[in-house]
Design a protein around this ligand. Sequence first.
Ligand SMILES: [Zn+2]
Length: 247
Amino acid sequence: MHPDLERVIHLQQIEDATERARRTIADEPARQQQLAAALAAARQALDDERGRLAANQAARRDIEKELAMQQGRLSKFRDQLMEVKTNREYQAMQKEIETAQHEIQKQEDRLLERMLEFDEVTRQVKQAEQAFTRDQAAIEAERETLASRLLEASAAIGRLAAERAELAARISPPVLALFERVLKYRKTAAVTPVRAGRCSTCQILLRPQTVNELRRNEILYQCESCQRILYYEEVPPSTDPAPRPTE
Ligand SMILES: [Zn+2]
């Protein structure tokens, strides 16, 4: 292979790795925000369930208060029943007693309903607590992964810059200048492989004669369409993968 071609291929790999490291660093704040939002959502879900439980308990207390009040009225009416003088008074008192009894029954039904709901909501709070613990641990693990990836990326930037400088010094100046020019113009890659007779980046079909000339990778050739430096990449013949032995 042409030594400069081999070096610019390598230089492109360094560029790609540098770009990946830069992107990791650039994406970090957004990723942190996503994780914070996910944690907040998990906490909110738990708070919502706990809120339902608190509401249930408050409602039960209200019903119990109402029930005690009605029971007080009922016993007061029963006492008064002993002291009535006329039949009309007796009937009126009976009516009050019935109303109070009816009200007590109603409150007892409501209380029972709330007690059933309490069991259900308690179960859901437990589930929400487990889900929150699980989510929190996953988010924490993700944060640690993110932090170590960030450290790696920061270290890689420095290391790759040194590698790039060392490699660039060994490339003949006109070839390096060409690489830099195409890279600046194309932004993504200055070097790209030929695959299936095409420039693998801009996809233009190359003349068979050109492909043949490129096959040995002994010349520096720019794609006529996108100007990138082309090299020939041997593609392994596509055979149907043999079925993997099951273990
Ligand atoms: Zn091209």
